[in-house]
Design a protein around this ligand. Structure first.
Ligand code: AMP
Ligand code: MG
Length: 416
């Protein structure tokens, strides 16, 4: 019997080896129109207060709250925009628009609907107190405030704030570029009709989509035959043009499985087998410090390896602190077959009812059946040391449709 030269390691050990060598990319200044989903690599402090002047929160009249005159003379109008240098004195008011700077002397705004203006005279219909409908200086942000701290995930409000404080460019961890190649003599592109024995390459497309879904930039290198020379050239090409390289297929024990020996020849293989199902031959290497994952060929194995190992590694490279999908305890709606020896990730639909999570399998769980992932919102992590599960049993469910959170270790069976 031919033995693999690579020991079968645990999920935890595999992640330790990945985390030991994967580093965030060097931060770069980028225009704020391009930073959605990126991680901020600097603290951003406000130089100025917003609003910089006391301003009206509504359309109305700027007045002195304590003014007892029965009628106020409307002396001017102040719209949003340039400050006109107006003064409100006792017995007068200034017509004012939302966002306009409050004239000197005024300390409150009467709403349009709470006053009647006729022939330049204003009758105020309600009692009014100082400060009403006035936005004081620095209400939104005060000069010197920490606007956003290093490590923040940049979403729409964060990008809006950066614009508001005048940061047209910010220091962020760049979007990782990931090269993807499918390897296999049997593979043909999706637009071709397979001859007997041929198979359409689905992995490179699914992986490129997963890369995009992870906020990264895919670089599709196409199909490489099971030929050592062609593969060596393609791997070196991929490494030269990306921040990470993914290969699919060719990592098993077949005579034409050249990926592992080539990665060992060109760089350092950190592991070549993990005790998981599916995806046992998952391989991780570095070539000139660049991370390379050799993903197994079966479509489900390839995408699950991406979800469980590549995606968190890409998040590390992109400067994220939150690396792990949330985990919950879910009850099985039915019996589940699982053999001991490896941690298995079964695809399921998890729903919440009355505060409890319930899991239902997506059907036949073989590693070629990509449909077992279609519609799945969870991976049931079945431990290596327990066999079949009964209806009603609790299992750990990784919620793969939820954003990542911090802190949970990989392989953890301790949901929050
Ligand atoms: P391998 O790991 O190369 O031995 O491939 C294992 C199985 O996955 C074989 O049945 C392959 O035909 C299939 N496979 C490999 N690469 C791909 C791919 N890019 N797309 C779809 N199936 C693939
Ligand atoms: Mg192959």
């Amino acid at each position: 019997m031919t033995e693999s030269p690579y020991p079968l390691i645990s999920i935890e050990e595999a992640w330790r080896r990945i985390a030991a060598v994967v580093r965030p990319l060097r931060p770069a200044l980028q225009p704020i129109g391009t930073v959605l989903g990126r991680i901020l690599a600097e603290d951003v402090i406000a130089d100025e207060s917003i609003p910089a002047l006391p301003s009206s929160a509504m359309d109305g009249y700027a007045v002195i709250a304590g003014d007892r005159a029965p009628r106020l003379r409307v002396i001017e109008e102040q719209a949003a925009g340039r400050e006109k240098g107006l003064h409100v004195v006792a017995g007068t008011a200034v017509r004012i628009m939302t966002g306009a700077p409050l004239p000197q002397g005024a300390d409150a705004v009467v709403l349009v609907e709470d006053a009647i203006e006729q022939d330049g005279l204003l009758r105020v219909l309600t009692a009014i107190s100082a400060g009403e409908y006035v936005r004081p200086v620095g209400q939104d942000l005060a000069a010197g405030d920490l606007v956003l701290s290093k490590g923040s995930l940049l979403g729409p409000p964060e990008i809006g704030l950066l614009a508001a404080v005048g940061r047209a460019e910010v220091l962020v961890y760049p979007r990782p570029k990931v090269a993807v190649m499918a390897t296999g003599d049997e593979l043909i592109p999706p637009h071709c009709k397979p001859k007997p024995g041929e198979l359409r390459d689905s992995n490179s497309y699914a992986l490129c989509a997963a890369i995009e879904a992870a906020g990264c930039e895919p670089l599709h290198l196409g199909i490489i035959p099971d030929d050592e020379k062609a593969l060596r050239t393609a791997i070196l090409d991929g490494v030269a043009h990306a921040d990470m390289l993914l290969t699919s297929g060719g990592v098993s024990m077949g005579r034409l499985d050249f990926v592992k020996p080539l990665l060992a020849e060109l760089g350092k293989v950190h592991f070549g087998r993990v005790a998981i199902k599916p995806g046992k031959p998952l391989t991780f290497a570095t070539l000139q410090d660049l991370p390379v994952f050799g993903l197994p060929g079966f479509p489900v194995s390839s995408l699950l390896s991406f979800e469980n190992f590549v995606r968190p590694a890409l998040r590390l490279i992109g400067g994220h602190r939150a690396l792990w999908r949330p985990r919950v305890h879910a009850r099985l709606r039915h019996y589940l077959r699982h053999s001991t020896g490896r941690t298995e990730f079964q695809r399921a639909v998890v729903t919440e009812e009355d505060g409890l999570y319930w899991a239902e399998s997506t059907g036949l769980q073989v590693s070629g059946r990509l449909k077992s992932l279609v519609g799945a919102n969870a991976l049931l992590q079945l431990p290596a040391d327990v066999d079949d599960f009964e209806r009603g049993d609790e299992v750990v469910a990784i919620l793969i449709d939820r954003p990542e959170i911090e802190a949970l270790a990989p392989g953890s069976s301790d949901p929050r």
